[in-house]
Design a binder for this molecule. Structure first.
Ligand SMILES: [Zn+2]
Length: 524
């Protein structure tokens, strides 16, 4: 009900604003561009599920806040009548419930129905959403959007490079692109490029690019092996911009790594190039696809890897601190449940960390709403005893018993809601009301923790996000169990296309020639 009210007031604002701005300087009619999208990557190998609330959906004008380049003073804002509908972004997690998906899709469709027609639609998605009982949700979503907006509207889709591009998604998108960096430091730049290209096609009257070349590549690799900070990902992705941005007749080009923790036929790498010059479009796509295939065997983890025991032994013996250990199997930003207790249980059982003056270790993090309530009840300095974690994913270890002193309590985080630090022996355990990724230095310092002075920092993460990477004195990725196990050979794939590199040895060279996807609304 609250949402309905918000939706109505939001729309009144947009519509009046829209009509007021429908002509630009010089009396020219401004194009009408809708904005919609849902973003999540969700693991089908995790028992966790994702509900609607997790998307923190924005409605109407609230959507503008997601895009600095569409702020009121931004030049782009004045170049069209923007009609934002629904924009939802969730932390990665388990598969989305069908109910949550239908609800968000229907809210989007209802908004789109009211305010058409549209010259353009900016479709902002991640591309690796899994929904219970539904294949290729983004393909389903755009197909249903097309039924509302028709095929005259030019759709520009921007994605995460860990998304999947089905034939259906490619066909219903007229422009389609993704990030060129992992970690995704160019996320906002990519979204802006998708919008700028869309506007340019509308304003110039060129319309839909005449050609879309799509090449599926039978490669499925974890993101932790395909960072663009190091080779071969670095050189591979450096080939995108010269082909995409500086060639007459090409609108955009992109390489999708895809997502290794979902089990659908669409989970594999893809290259798409869009443009008006048929030969250049095909050649550019084939060049990128071949370049990817040629370096397939060179991808490796971006940091040394080992078992947790090996990782702890190295960290304890090292003179370099802080020594970061990635607890990779349950990385919540890749789709892990985020509440696997296996690693923390192993750490707390080690004799080195039993004494308060042992090597200092920060563990980030474990959800434990009951323990958080107990900590609030006793307050900072109080003693707390209770269990945390394993409410969602208890396949590897049961809830972990924490018996220690409450060092801080911080309320108000968007994801965690409440964060508590409990000191157990020499380990500072961050316990959260709800799961939260720890990617920034201030995520630690605002809890009173000093990660730079800590001997060891263990984070549920894969590759380190930039601030942690810059802080590390040394780093190892522990190949721990969880819903996003980095050892793909341990995952029970049944539905991905085979053969697939690296799962199937001695594959024949695949056909990497360009396949032209029909323009949206046509069969050729
Ligand atoms: Zn990604």
């Amino acid at each position: 009900m609250k949402h309905l009210f918000l939706l109505l007031t939001a729309w009144c604002f947009v519509v009046s604003c829209g009509f007021a701005q429908s002509t630009g300087t010089g009396g020219k009619t401004l194009p009408r561009i809708a904005i919609a999208g849902l973003g999540i990557e969700s693991s089908t190998f995790s028992p966790a599920t994702t509900n609607e609330e997790a998307f923190h959906a924005r409605y109407g004008p609230e959507v503008f806040n997601a895009y600095p380049f569409l702020m009121p003073i931004a030049p782009l804002r004045k170049q069209a009548v923007w009609l934002p509908t629904v924009m939802g972004k969730s932390l990665p997690g388990g598969a989305v419930t069908r109910e949550a998906y239908e609800s968000l899709v229907n809210k989007t469709l209802d908004s789109l129905k009211k305010y058409g027609p549209y010259d353009g639609l900016y479709f902002d998605i991640h591309g690796a959403m899994s929904v219970k009982g539904l294949d290729d949700p983004e393909g389903d979503f755009i197909t249903r959007i097309r039924k509302v907006i028709g095929y005259q509207t030019i759709v520009s889709t921007s994605m995460d490079l860990h998304g999947c591009v089905s034939w259906r998604l490619a066909q219903n998108s007229d422009l389609i692109t993704c990030y060129r960096m992992a970690p995704h430091e160019d996320a906002m730049q990519t979204k802006e490029r998708a919008v700028v290209n869309l506007l340019e096609r509308i304003k110039s009257g060129k319309g839909k690019p005449a050609y879309k070349a799509w090449i599926p590549i039978p490669i499925l690799l974890p993101g932790e092996q395909t960072s663009t900070r190091i080779e071969p990902g670095k050189s591979l992705y450096q080939q995108v911009a010269p082909l995409a941005d500086h060639q007459e007749g090409i609108v955009d080009a992109a390489i999708w790594i895809s997502y290794a923790w979902a089990d659908e036929p669409r989970n594999h790498a893809v290259v798409v190039v869009t443009g008006d010059d048929k030969e250049k479009v095909a050649k550019s796509a084939e060049k990128l696809a071949q370049a990817f295939w040629d370096v397939r065997s060179k991808f490796d983890f971006v940091a040394p890897t080992g078992t947790l025991d090996q990782a702890l032994a190295k960290a304890l013996a090292s003179p370099k601190h802080p020594y970061f250990i990635s607890d990779t199997g349950d990385n919540p930003t890749a789709g892990g449940a985020g509440d696997v207790t296996w690693t923390l249980t192993q750490i707390l059982a080690r004799p080195e960390f039993k004494r308060a003056d042992g090597p200092s270790l920060i563990y980030a993090s474990i959800p434990g709403p009951e323990l958080v309530q107990k900590a609030i009840a006793v307050g900072v300095g109080g003693h707390v005893e209770g269990t945390a974690g394993a409410a969602v994913d208890a396949r590897y270890a049961p809830p972990v018993l924490l018996n220690g002193t409450v060092e801080s309590i911080v309320k108000g985080d968007k994801d965690a809601e409440v964060e508590v630090v409990v000191k157990v022996g020499s380990v500072h355990v961050i316990v959260t009301q709800k799961r939260k990724p720890y990617h920034k230095e201030k995520d630690f310092t605002q809890l009173g923790l000093k990660p730079r002075q800590s001997d060891i920092v263990v984070v549920k993460i894969g590759y380190l996000e930039p601030e942690l990477y810059n802080m590390r004195a040394d780093w190892i990725m522990a190949l721990t169990p969880g819903g996003v196990d980095q050892d793909l050979f341990r995952l029970p794939y049944k539905r991905i296309k085979r053969p697939m590199f690296p799962l199937d040895k001695d594959m024949k060279t695949p056909d990497l020639s360009a396949q032209f996807v029909p323009l949206s609304g046509t069969s050729k």
